[in-house]
Design a protein around this ligand. Structure first.
Ligand code: SF4
Length: 795
């Protein structure tokens, strides 16, 4: 075999050449032997392009004569032009890739579809699905909450449904489940490459797919048949050894890795797992790990093909993909000797349960004395106010069975939950299966509430009544994000992240510092008892029950009228942005210099604002309302330099827009981290913003801003951040080609600041990451304008 040959040779060139010959031989064999397999049961006519992928990789190997990581094999086999492979430099060059599919959710989907409509195309050019999961508010119970959501968001659902039918998109109705769980159950496949307008799209890495979260404009490009532009990622290899035992769960792998890499450590990287430990983790467990790779800023995460993936494919009615993957197993793992940019090793046997938080996912402690000490030292509220399991991170059948196992044991000792305990099944299929298998009954018997199959409290869609605004309290959740205000809008809610198992057992202790490995609870007779290690089935013994039919395939007759109400408050058609006027930016005002962490939640909060995600002007009333103004240390209080009075951020931005005064934003490190929220780029543009100058940017937000025609600039010298303040005047020089500075790849621009109070002038240089193509986006006013200009000029 190829592997044996590589091991037996000490000469790398000869080795690679040999492997190439063998690869070519095996390609011929594969080309004739590999079966034609549909990408999804729901799309029988869409065939996985195995031959094309193998052929593309064969060309790539002619240019890159060294062993490849799995990440490289998957990405480079999707190159638009594989003959460019020789110029790929990880971490700096740009790849143009052809994703296999696109997934949109109902919060980001409307803007993506509204932009797609402006492309003038009749149907999407790659398989696409829309998922209604973000707009359902958790309040009473699954049934009533779903009915309320359908009544309140009917306009949005009707628009999404009609646009899906018209443009050839599969539509998952509200109640069907969380986008990433549905993708895993129906669409992900080993070796595939997809994008989704959601940060946790990488969940599909649990099924060996490179799945990247992007903004709506990127999705729109791909739906319109253009390649996706992506910076060639660096690759972090995570070697797993040992085996998970006891209370330790797959979630603990990523909770630990998050603490090692921090929220910025994976930026520009793909995390690739390998090593003997991967074999011990279930497919959905691997998905959990990949899901939360988004919290270190990673482009995505991926696992090599294992038998557990095959079992998952079998149990989700995709045995043909399992068989195909087994035939391609050498493709679906890294070549021997493949080089990573960084390697982290985790011994699963030595891993202990962890709790991360509050307010940031990378603050991690081992459950037990280490965490207790941190709780006491920081005076975090020790009494829990609630426990939540679910979200796309931990809502699989395995998560549910392990949580139910703990609940059964508690019930056997006569216990009920001490605090509100909320459970979100990941999909209708999981809900129906756990109902059939008696797990729902087990949960309800101990007093847990089962919420709709949706995002719910994970994205702040939670009508929480038990805790008042400003009241300090702690939540334990098996979710992936815990920025301030994320779950319930209360900045004093301390959300801690853990496995579903730890969150479940803490629902019975009510004590954040309870350690199930060592601590006891009192049973109904007042006797001490200790929980056993949880046990669960990774897959249902009697197969999945699909539950209600919540999918609508696009009709063959696409003559469907778009459902948009006149004077709708939820859906608004988009107008193209104006092109750049060809001049430098002169005397723009600094709308805000942000202080501290600035996530997309701060720029465009979710929660109850999600319902306006299809109406840019209404949505813009939340712009920067969560950001701290460095000038006064306050949230949503900005100086209007035209009146010298303080007002809300959207009001001040609208006042500048009305006065024809462009504005810029000054930011700190990792500006725009968090959700892949395209609205956080569209809103500043809509309200008259022209540039953001920050110390550094989160990847997806940086691209989103560029796509909307914004200037995205970084301080060459980070200390220049200190020299600018909200209300100052800023000129950005060098955009006009006559200048000694120039907007060209790798060239700096000059910024001239006039201080508001003293009128003193200060200049400094800023850098940027625009490439040639992205500069054209800026010049055209947006990526979409550039695309349409190209189409028009090509006839
Ligand atoms: Fe939904 Fe939360 Fe997952 Fe985002 S992270 S897709 S809001 S469940």
């Amino acid at each position: 075999s190829k592997r044996k040959l590589w091991r037996s040779s000490g000469n790398s060139l000869r080795t690679v050449r040999s492997s190439h010959i063998l690869f070519r031989c095996s390609k011929v064999r594969f080309a004739s032997a590999l079966p034609k397999v549909s990408m999804s049961v729901l799309e029988p006519d869409t065939i996985i392009a195995t031959d094309k992928v193998e052929e593309t990789l064969s060309i790539v190997r002619n240019h890159i004569r060294q062993p490849l990581t799995l990440t490289e094999k998957i990405l480079y086999s999707h190159l638009d032009d594989p003959s460019t492979a020789g110029s790929i430099v990880r971490g700096s060059s740009y790849l143009y890739l052809r994703p296999d599919r696109v997934a949109l959710q109902d919060a980001s989907g409307p803007l993506a579809l509204l932009q797609f409509m402006n492309s003038g195309l009749k149907e999407v050019q790659v398989p696409t699905t829309v998922h209604c999961d973000h707009l359902i508010v958790a309040k009473t119970n699954a049934k009533e909450d779903l009915e309320t959501a359908i009544a309140q968001n009917g306009e949005t659902y009707n628009f999404l449904g009609s646009a899906s039918a018209r443009f050839g998109i599969g539509f998952w109705k509200p109640g069907s489940g969380i986008i990433h769980q549905i993708v895993l159950e129906n669409y992900a496949f080993p070796g595939g490459f997809m994008i989704g307008t959601d940060s946790h799209t990488p969940n599909a890495g649990g099924l060996g797919m490179c799945a990247v979260g992007v903004g709506g404009a990127d999705a729109m490009d791909v739906m319109a048949g253009f390649p996706l532009e992506l910076q060639a990622p660096k690759i972090i290899g995570v070697k797993l050894t040992g085996e998970l035992t006891g209370w330790t769960a797959p979630k603990d792998v990523i909770l630990q890795l998050t603490s090692e890499l921090t929220v910025k450590g994976g930026t520009g990287c793909i995390i690739e797992y390998f090593g003997p430990g991967v074999e011990s983790i279930s497919c959905t467990g691997m998905a959990t790990i990949c899901n939360m790779g988004a919290e270190v800023g990673a482009t995505c995460s991926v696992f090599p093909y294992t038998s557990k993936m095959g079992e998952y494919l079998d149990s989700t009615a995709r045995s043909d993909i399992a068989q195909l993957s087994a035939l391609r197993s050498s493709f679906l793992q890294a070549d021997e000797g493949a080089q990573y940019d960084q390697v982290v090793e985790i011994d699963l046997s030595a891993l202990r349960p962890r709790i991360n938080g509050p307010f940031t996912p990378d603050l991690s402690h081992v459950v037990g004395s280490e965490f207790s000490a941190a709780v006491n030292k920081n005076k975090w509220p020790k009494r829990l106010s609630g426990s939540l399991i679910g979200s796309c991170t931990n809502s699989s059948y395995e998560d549910m069975t392990r949580a139910a196992n703990i609940c059964s044991e508690a019930a056997n000792h006569g216990l009920k939950c001490k605090i509100p305990f909320y459970i979100t099944p990941g999909s209708e299929q999981i809900r129906a299966t756990i109902e059939r298998d008696g797990l729902l009954e087990t949960f309800e018997a101990v007093g847990a509430s089962v919420l709709a199959n949706a995002c719910g409290p994970c994205i702040g869609m939670w009508d929480r009544e038990d805790v008042g605004e400003g009241e300090p309290n702690s939540l334990i959740a098996s979710y992936n994000r815990n920025f301030a205000k994320r779950n319930d809008g209360n900045s004093e809610t301390h959300t801690f992240l853990s496995s579903a198992e730890i969150a479940t057992v803490l629902a019975f202790s009510g004590d954040l510092t309870f350690n199930p490995e060592t601590d006891s609870l009192k049973d109904q007779n007042g006797n001490d008892f200790q929980f056993q290690h949880p046990y669960g089935d990774s897959l249902p013994r009697h197969g999945f029950d699909q539950g209600e039919d919540t999918f609508r395939a696009p009709p063959s007759d696409r003559n469907v009228k778009l459902d948009i109400l006149e004077n709708s408050e939820k859906i608004q058609l988009l107008e193209p942005w104006p092109a750049w006027n060809g001049e430098d930016i002169k005397k723009a005002v600094v709308l805000i210099k942000t202080r501290g962490k600035l996530t997309t939640d701060h720029i465009s909060p979710g929660g109850l604002w999600l319902k306006y995600r299809g109406h840019l002007d209404n949505l813009s009333n939340n712009t920067f309302i969560g950001a701290v103004n460095d000038e006064n240390g306050e949230v949503n209080s900005l100086r209007n330099v035209l009146t010298n009075e303080f007002s809300t951020a959207p009001d001040v931005a609208r006042a500048y827009k009305a006065a024809n005064k462009t504005w810029v934003v000054i930011g700190g490190d990792n500006y725009g981290e968090g959700s892949s929220r395209e609205s956080a780029a569209l809103q500043p543009r809509h309200l008259g913003g022209i540039a953001v100058i920050a110390k550094s940017f989160a990847r997806i937000h940086e691209t989103n801003l560029k796509k909307q025609g914004m200037l995205v600039l970084t301080f060459k010298n980070p200390s220049d951040y200190d020299s600018v303040q909200s209300g100052d005047s800023v000129s950005i020089l060098g955009l006009e080609t006559s200048s000694s500075y120039q907007l060209a790849p790798g060239k700096p621009l000059q910024v001239e600041v006039i201080k508001r109070e003293t009128q003193k002038v200060h200049t400094f240089e800023v850098g940027h990451s625009f490439n040639d193509e992205q500069i054209k986006w800026f010049q055209a006013g947006s990526a979409l304008n550039h695309l349409n200009n190209n189409r028009n000029s090509n006839g």
